[in-house]
Design a protein around this ligand. Structure first.
Ligand code: SME
Length: 146
């Protein structure tokens, strides 16, 4: 019997297809929030499925990076020129712009979709709408399966 796809399978599909079909999406990945069971240990964003150049940023505190900003503001963050944004944590020297979209499960942010482009200002209104839709697919999947 075939086993049902996991949320990891869904995320792997999404990052692969986004990078394959959208040439300006050069690095595409998910970060999920990991909460510690130990008191006083802050939650952290942990890198999940991704495509693109390997990154040293596999664990990001919520008070760091564009990635942290999307969680703490609770909203999509679009940065047209990453090198002029003091929050930016560099992964690839080729990256010029970035979009980060929170993923919600029953209203609570549980992770995010992060995309880097080698083009400056690569992400507009259509990208925002589309990426928010992709993030919603993952959130709804989590709601149905966990
Ligand atoms: N640039 C991100 C870090 C993750 S890499 O883009 C893959 C940030 O500033 O949070």
């Amino acid at each position: 019997a075939e086993t049902a796809p996991t949320v990891e399978d869904l995320m792997t599909d999404i990052v692969g297809r986004l990078q394959q079909y959208l040439p300006h999406y050069n690095w595409v990945g998910f970060y999920m929030i990991e909460k510690s069971l130990l008191p006083g240990v802050d939650p952290v964003l942990v890198l999940g499925p991704y495509v693109g150049a390997p990154t040293t940023h596999t664990r990001i505190p919520l008070n760091e990076g564009i990635c942290g900003a999307a969680v703490t503001t609770g909203d999509t963050v679009i940065v047209d020129d990453v090198n002029s944004d003091p929050r930016y944590l560099a992964c690839s020297l080729e990256t010029k712009s970035e979009i980060v979209v929170p993923i919600r499960m029953k209203g609570e942010i549980v992770g995010e979709l992060d995309i880097d482009s080698h083009d400056a200002a690569a992400f507009g209104d259509e990208d925002r709408t589309f990426c928010e839709f992709c993030a919603k697919l993952v959130g709804e999947y989590l709601e149905r399966t966990t």
